[in-house]
Design a protein around this ligand. Structure first.
Ligand SMILES: *[C@@H]1O[C@H](CO)[C@@H](O)[C@H](O)[C@H]1NC(C)=O
Ligand SMILES: *[C@@H]1O[C@H](CO)[C@@H](O)[C@H](O)[C@H]1NC(C)=O
Length: 463
């Protein structure tokens, strides 16, 4: 049975298939990387007569170019410019200053569920050098399993197909990450609080903290470690960089984090933030302060009531009219819109749910936030229409939605506003045409159509 077809698949055939498979992967990877250089495998025409033709890989790019980052369930350092598959988590390692990535939650679930299979079908990454070696071995017909080069290669392959036990161990190590975040935060807080740290070092510490506090547990730890107090006190430091970055840390830590919202409000942050907004500061500082205020007020009627009592709406009126603060206007109007709608939604949701005591309490708190009358009193019925003059579709959309939300308190004023009627008329004409274009392109329910409906509704309610 020396016939090659009669034998079970020989080692060289396996190798040949492996090489072909690696080549196709390599080409796919090169294509997906949008590499400008192609990869060609050239047979050396000048044979040395030994029958061992060398295969030459004509690679014009660096070995790194070929590597697709393969996330696992552990953080791994990314090389500069390396592409990361969609859905991976990427973070900055604050100790090394390098970017790291690992599997995202969804990817990880799939990784675990599919277990061994997923691991074995994982695309290995390899370099042009490795491919060269493999091709060379293939050419030389190194089939002897005891050949040192071959053994090495097998070891390398084995290392790429990691056993499930090892994966489980890696996952257990995930738990340690929380601890290390706490350690990093402690180091940053100590740095920030140290009397001999420069302003730059303190700003850098805030910058790094901001990165960490997006995670709910980290934000809570910042409070319990005493770091939040320091951040709040930096809001009225004498340096703009410290003020802005402190506001940024605050806003990020509060976002969707009710317990931190309470702590920060009790820590007196609101008054300091309003001071930042009410006094001359560079626009970037104001933007961050506004972000922090918006995070603080969202879904938190207690802070909203406080905000109104402190004259927050008046501060926003002045800010809205600040020359050079156009980028702040859309943010202010968004904040107003969110506050109105949030209150409406909670009153409505009460109709189809069994009221419990916490719901009753929230309803009571919202009832104390008399937002609409304050808006009318302070001239917002006049200010919000100004946003319609923007050339941005989404700004106009936000303005229209806010006009509708403000209708109960502003209707009379809107009716007398000649400029508003005119600009609504102009926009109706403009969007009717845009809707036609949209329909020509086959989009029956497009974005412009949505804006036109808003325009028509506002115009109708003003009649
Ligand atoms: C900051 O430093 C002061 C004085 O050095 C110290 O009393 C305080 O506990 C420190 N705060 C934190 C959160 O480390
Ligand atoms: C910041 O405000 C606190 C009171 O809220 C005050 O005691 C402190 O002196 C102020 N710091 C600066 C630098 O103005």
């Amino acid at each position: 049975m020396s016939n090659v077809y009669g034998r079970p698949c020989s080692c060289s055939e396996v190798r040949k298939m492996l090489v072909l498979w690696m080549l196709s992967l390599l080409i796919a990877v090169a294509a997906s990387e949008n590499s400008q250089s192609g990869l060609t495998v050239l047979e050396d025409s000048g044979s040395d007569g030994t029958g061992h033709d060398e295969a030459h890989v004509n690679d014009e790019f660096d070995d790194e170019d070929l590597e697709v980052f393969q996330p696992t369930n552990q953080w791994q350092t990314l090389k500069p410019g390396q592409a990361v598959p969609r859905g991976s988590h990427v973070r900055l390692n604050l100790q090394t200053g390098q970017r790291e990535a690992k599997l995202g939650e969804e990817q990880q679930a799939r990784y675990l569920r599919d277990g061994q299979r997923a691991v074995n079908t994982k695309t290995p990454s390899f370099t042009a050098q490795e491919l060269k070696e493999t091709l060379k071995l293939f050419k030389e017909g190194v089939d002897d399993p005891t050949h040192p080069q071959r053994r090495e290669e097998e070891e390398a392959l084995k290392a790429k197909f990691r056993p499930l036990e090892e994966l489980k161990r890696d996952l257990a190590e995930l738990d340690m990450r929380v601890e290390s975040d706490v350690e990093i935060m402690r180091r940053l807080i100590t740095k920030f609080n140290s009397s001999d740290a420069t302003v730059e070092e303190r700003v850098k510490a805030l910058h790094d903290l901001e990165y960490l506090v997006h995670q709910v547990d980290n934000a809570q730890n910042l409070v319990s470690m005493g770091g939040m107090k320091l951040v709040i006190s930096a809001l009225n430091s004498s340096d703009f960089g410290l003020q802005g970055n402190a506001a940024f840390v605050l806003g990020s830590a509060i976002s969707s984090n009710p317990s931190v919202q309470v702590d920060v409000t009790e820590g007196g942050a609101l008054l300091k933030l309003l001071t930042l907004l009410a006094t001359p500061r560079p626009v970037p500082v104001k933007k961050k302060a506004l972000f922090a205020v918006a995070s603080l007020l969202r879904h938190f009627p207690y802070a909203q009531g406080h905000f109104l009592k402190l004259g927050g709406m008046q501060v926003l009126v002045d800010l809205f009219q600040t020359p050079g603060g156009e980028a702040l206007r859309i943010r202010i109007v968004t904040l107003i819109y969110d506050m109105i709608v949030e209150k409406e939604l909670i009153s409505q949701s009460g109709m189809d749910q069994i009221p419990d005591s916490s719901y009753q309490e929230r309803l009571r708190q919202y009832s104390e936030v008399a937002l609409l009358p304050v808006l009318a009193e302070q001239g917002w019925c006049r200010l919000v229409p100004a946003l319609l003059a923007s050339s941005e579709h989404d700004w106009r959309e936000k303005a229209l939605r806010t006009l509708l939300a403000m209708m109960p308190c502003c209707q009379a004023e809107f009716r007398q506003d000649r400029a508003l009627s005119l600009s609504l008329g102009d926009l109706q004409t403009q969007y009717r045409e845009l809707v036609l274009t949209e329909k020509d392109l086959g989009d029956e329910e497009g974005y412009f159509g949505e804006i036109l409906v808003l325009l028509d509704t506002v115009a109708l309610k003003m009649q």
